[in-house]
Design a protein around this ligand. Structure first.
Ligand code: ZN
Length: 251
Protein backbone atom coordinates (compact mmCIF):
# COMPACT_ATOMS: atom_id res chain seq x y z
CA UNK A 1 0.00 0.00 0.00
CA UNK A 2 1.97 2.92 -1.30
CA UNK A 3 -0.30 5.46 0.36
CA UNK A 4 0.53 4.13 3.80
CA UNK A 5 4.22 3.83 3.11
CA UNK A 6 4.31 7.57 2.64
CA UNK A 7 3.25 8.19 6.22
CA UNK A 8 5.93 8.35 8.87
CA UNK A 9 6.50 7.66 12.52
CA UNK A 10 7.76 10.87 14.10
CA UNK A 11 7.87 10.04 17.80
CA UNK A 12 7.93 7.11 20.19
CA UNK A 13 8.01 6.67 23.94
CA UNK A 14 8.27 3.64 26.21
CA UNK A 15 6.38 3.72 29.48
CA UNK A 16 5.77 1.24 32.29
CA UNK A 17 7.03 -2.30 32.20
CA UNK A 18 5.79 -5.82 31.79
CA UNK A 19 5.40 -6.13 35.56
CA UNK A 20 1.83 -5.32 36.44
CA UNK A 21 -0.36 -2.60 35.00
CA UNK A 22 1.27 0.57 33.85
CA UNK A 23 0.72 3.50 36.15
CA UNK A 24 1.33 5.90 33.30
CA UNK A 25 -1.50 7.26 31.14
CA UNK A 26 0.07 7.52 27.68
CA UNK A 27 -2.32 10.34 26.75
CA UNK A 28 -0.51 12.50 29.27
CA UNK A 29 2.38 12.68 26.79
CA UNK A 30 0.13 14.43 24.31
CA UNK A 31 0.06 17.60 26.39
CA UNK A 32 3.86 17.66 26.45
CA UNK A 33 4.25 16.88 22.74
CA UNK A 34 1.27 18.86 21.41
CA UNK A 35 3.21 21.88 20.08
CA UNK A 36 5.44 19.52 18.09
CA UNK A 37 2.50 17.39 16.89
CA UNK A 38 0.71 20.57 15.75
CA UNK A 39 3.83 21.79 13.96
CA UNK A 40 4.22 18.42 12.22
CA UNK A 41 0.55 18.25 11.18
CA UNK A 42 0.86 21.69 9.61
CA UNK A 43 4.18 21.06 7.92
CA UNK A 44 3.13 17.71 6.43
CA UNK A 45 0.00 19.47 5.13
CA UNK A 46 2.09 22.16 3.49
CA UNK A 47 4.72 19.75 2.14
CA UNK A 48 2.86 16.63 1.08
CA UNK A 49 -0.91 17.00 0.88
CA UNK A 50 -2.47 16.77 -2.59
CA UNK A 51 -6.01 17.87 -3.45
CA UNK A 52 -7.64 18.59 -6.81
CA UNK A 53 -9.75 21.23 -5.10
CA UNK A 54 -6.89 22.62 -3.06
CA UNK A 55 -8.20 21.40 0.28
CA UNK A 56 -4.99 20.40 1.97
CA UNK A 57 -5.04 18.51 5.26
CA UNK A 58 -2.26 17.20 7.47
CA UNK A 59 -2.53 15.18 10.64
CA UNK A 60 -0.65 13.67 13.54
CA UNK A 61 -2.01 10.63 15.39
CA UNK A 62 -0.65 9.57 18.77
CA UNK A 63 -1.44 5.88 19.14
CA UNK A 64 -0.46 3.25 21.67
CA UNK A 65 0.31 -0.43 21.82
CA UNK A 66 -0.71 -1.11 25.45
CA UNK A 67 0.75 -4.63 25.37
CA UNK A 68 4.16 -3.21 24.62
CA UNK A 69 3.81 -0.13 26.83
CA UNK A 70 4.73 1.93 23.84
CA UNK A 71 3.17 5.03 22.33
CA UNK A 72 3.97 6.54 18.95
CA UNK A 73 2.99 9.44 16.73
CA UNK A 74 2.51 9.14 12.99
CA UNK A 75 1.92 11.89 10.47
CA UNK A 76 -0.41 11.66 7.50
CA UNK A 77 -1.75 13.89 4.72
CA UNK A 78 -4.65 13.77 2.31
CA UNK A 79 -4.16 12.68 -1.28
CA UNK A 80 -7.09 13.39 -3.57
CA UNK A 81 -5.51 14.21 -6.94
CA UNK A 82 -8.81 14.12 -8.88
CA UNK A 83 -12.54 14.10 -8.23
CA UNK A 84 -13.68 10.62 -7.26
CA UNK A 85 -10.19 9.43 -6.33
CA UNK A 86 -10.06 6.79 -3.58
CA UNK A 87 -10.34 8.49 -0.22
CA UNK A 88 -7.01 8.99 1.54
CA UNK A 89 -7.56 11.35 4.42
CA UNK A 90 -4.70 12.57 6.58
CA UNK A 91 -6.03 11.09 9.82
CA UNK A 92 -7.06 7.86 8.07
CA UNK A 93 -3.50 7.34 6.88
CA UNK A 94 -1.81 8.21 10.16
CA UNK A 95 -4.18 5.99 12.18
CA UNK A 96 -4.01 3.23 9.57
CA UNK A 97 -0.23 3.17 9.65
CA UNK A 98 -0.29 2.86 13.43
CA UNK A 99 -2.78 -0.01 13.21
CA UNK A 100 -0.52 -1.81 10.73
CA UNK A 101 2.26 -1.59 13.31
CA UNK A 102 0.03 -2.89 16.13
CA UNK A 103 -0.64 0.55 17.68
CA UNK A 104 -4.41 0.32 17.92
CA UNK A 105 -5.29 2.52 20.90
CA UNK A 106 -5.88 6.11 19.85
CA UNK A 107 -4.76 8.78 22.31
CA UNK A 108 -4.95 12.02 20.36
CA UNK A 109 -5.39 13.07 16.75
CA UNK A 110 -4.42 16.50 15.44
CA UNK A 111 -5.97 17.55 12.13
CA UNK A 112 -4.70 20.71 10.40
CA UNK A 113 -7.08 21.84 7.69
CA UNK A 114 -9.04 24.74 6.23
CA UNK A 115 -11.12 27.20 8.27
CA UNK A 116 -13.10 28.65 5.35
CA UNK A 117 -16.78 27.91 6.21
CA UNK A 118 -17.75 27.29 2.56
CA UNK A 119 -14.90 24.83 2.08
CA UNK A 120 -15.73 22.99 5.30
CA UNK A 121 -19.41 22.80 4.36
CA UNK A 122 -18.52 21.35 0.97
CA UNK A 123 -16.57 18.58 2.68
CA UNK A 124 -18.68 17.61 5.69
CA UNK A 125 -22.07 19.16 4.89
CA UNK A 126 -22.08 21.57 7.83
CA UNK A 127 -20.19 24.57 9.11
CA UNK A 128 -17.69 24.31 11.92
CA UNK A 129 -14.77 26.63 12.72
CA UNK A 130 -12.20 23.97 11.86
CA UNK A 131 -12.37 20.85 9.72
CA UNK A 132 -13.35 17.76 11.75
CA UNK A 133 -12.64 14.26 10.42
CA UNK A 134 -15.11 13.31 7.65
CA UNK A 135 -17.87 10.70 7.95
CA UNK A 136 -15.75 7.73 6.76
CA UNK A 137 -12.92 8.78 9.11
CA UNK A 138 -15.38 9.12 12.00
CA UNK A 139 -15.95 5.39 11.57
CA UNK A 140 -12.33 4.56 12.40
CA UNK A 141 -11.85 7.12 15.16
CA UNK A 142 -12.34 5.64 18.62
CA UNK A 143 -14.90 7.20 20.98
CA UNK A 144 -12.17 7.66 23.58
CA UNK A 145 -9.73 9.54 21.34
CA UNK A 146 -9.01 13.24 21.81
CA UNK A 147 -9.37 15.07 18.51
CA UNK A 148 -7.82 18.52 18.10
CA UNK A 149 -8.79 20.24 14.86
CA UNK A 150 -6.73 23.29 13.95
CA UNK A 151 -6.50 25.91 11.26
CA UNK A 152 -3.83 25.45 8.63
CA UNK A 153 -2.24 28.78 9.39
CA UNK A 154 -4.58 30.79 11.59
CA UNK A 155 -4.78 30.62 15.34
CA UNK A 156 -7.96 28.56 15.74
CA UNK A 157 -8.53 25.15 17.30
CA UNK A 158 -11.43 23.04 18.51
CA UNK A 159 -11.21 20.03 20.80
CA UNK A 160 -13.52 17.03 20.58
CA UNK A 161 -13.81 13.52 21.87
CA UNK A 162 -13.95 10.81 19.23
CA UNK A 163 -17.49 10.24 20.44
CA UNK A 164 -18.43 13.83 19.56
CA UNK A 165 -16.92 13.40 16.11
CA UNK A 166 -19.08 10.30 15.57
CA UNK A 167 -22.16 12.21 16.76
CA UNK A 168 -21.57 14.78 14.00
CA UNK A 169 -22.63 12.18 11.47
CA UNK A 170 -25.25 10.20 13.36
CA UNK A 171 -27.84 9.04 12.56
CA UNK A 172 -27.57 10.02 8.93
CA UNK A 173 -24.44 8.13 7.93
CA UNK A 174 -26.00 5.16 6.20
CA UNK A 175 -28.31 6.67 3.59
CA UNK A 176 -27.40 7.86 0.10
CA UNK A 177 -25.03 10.76 -0.39
CA UNK A 178 -27.69 13.27 -1.43
CA UNK A 179 -30.09 12.33 1.36
CA UNK A 180 -27.24 12.38 3.83
CA UNK A 181 -26.24 15.87 2.75
CA UNK A 182 -29.81 17.09 3.09
CA UNK A 183 -30.15 15.54 6.52
CA UNK A 184 -26.80 16.94 7.63
CA UNK A 185 -27.76 20.42 6.47
CA UNK A 186 -30.86 20.28 8.68
CA UNK A 187 -29.02 18.94 11.68
CA UNK A 188 -27.85 21.64 14.10
CA UNK A 189 -24.09 21.91 14.12
CA UNK A 190 -22.66 20.70 17.45
CA UNK A 191 -20.04 23.38 17.31
CA UNK A 192 -17.25 23.16 19.85
CA UNK A 193 -15.90 26.36 21.34
CA UNK A 194 -12.88 27.84 19.69
CA UNK A 195 -9.57 27.97 21.47
CA UNK A 196 -6.37 29.58 20.26
CA UNK A 197 -3.85 27.02 19.07
CA UNK A 198 -0.51 28.83 19.03
CA UNK A 199 -0.17 28.55 22.75
CA UNK A 200 2.60 29.41 25.06
CA UNK A 201 4.46 26.72 26.95
CA UNK A 202 2.48 27.91 29.97
CA UNK A 203 -0.82 27.00 28.30
CA UNK A 204 0.31 23.44 27.61
CA UNK A 205 1.76 23.08 31.10
CA UNK A 206 -1.59 24.18 32.57
CA UNK A 207 -3.53 21.83 30.30
CA UNK A 208 -1.18 18.95 31.21
CA UNK A 209 -1.61 19.59 34.92
CA UNK A 210 -5.37 19.92 34.58
CA UNK A 211 -5.59 16.68 32.62
CA UNK A 212 -3.30 14.72 34.94
CA UNK A 213 -5.49 15.70 37.90
CA UNK A 214 -8.77 14.85 36.19
CA UNK A 215 -7.45 11.59 34.73
CA UNK A 216 -6.15 10.46 38.12
CA UNK A 217 -9.53 11.17 39.75
CA UNK A 218 -11.26 9.05 37.12
CA UNK A 219 -8.80 6.22 37.65
CA UNK A 220 -9.22 6.44 41.42
CA UNK A 221 -12.90 5.55 41.07
CA UNK A 222 -11.84 2.02 40.13
CA UNK A 223 -9.91 -0.34 42.40
CA UNK A 224 -6.73 -1.44 40.68
CA UNK A 225 -7.94 -4.99 40.03
CA UNK A 226 -11.02 -3.64 38.21
CA UNK A 227 -9.24 -1.20 35.92
CA UNK A 228 -8.48 -3.52 33.06
CA UNK A 229 -12.08 -4.69 32.64
CA UNK A 230 -13.33 -1.10 32.88
CA UNK A 231 -10.69 0.38 30.61
CA UNK A 232 -13.21 1.42 27.95
CA UNK A 233 -15.24 3.49 30.44
CA UNK A 234 -12.11 4.91 32.02
CA UNK A 235 -10.67 6.01 28.70
CA UNK A 236 -13.98 7.47 27.58
CA UNK A 237 -14.19 9.59 30.74
CA UNK A 238 -10.55 10.59 30.32
CA UNK A 239 -11.23 11.75 26.76
CA UNK A 240 -13.92 14.08 28.08
CA UNK A 241 -11.42 15.23 30.71
CA UNK A 242 -8.81 15.89 28.00
CA UNK A 243 -11.22 18.12 26.07
CA UNK A 244 -12.26 19.92 29.27
CA UNK A 245 -8.64 20.46 30.24
CA UNK A 246 -7.91 22.29 27.01
CA UNK A 247 -10.90 24.56 27.48
CA UNK A 248 -10.01 25.19 31.14
CA UNK A 249 -6.43 26.10 30.19
CA UNK A 250 -7.72 28.43 27.45
CA UNK A 251 -10.24 30.18 29.71
ZN1 ZN B 1 -11.66 11.59 6.25
Amino acid sequence: MASLRATRKIWEVSYGSEEGLPSVDPRGFFFIMAPEFIRQARSTRAREAVSYRDTLVGGTAQVTNPNRFSSRAYIGFNNTPYKGAPKHCAEMRAIGRGMQDGYTQQEAIVVAGPTDPDVIKSIIGKVTSTLPPCAPCSGIIQESALVLTIGETDNIAQAWTGNQIKQLYKPVGLVGRRKREEALAKKPSPQQFEIPVDHTAEFWANAAEEYAGKAALILAQYPEEQRLENMYDIRLAQAVAAVDSLYVAAA
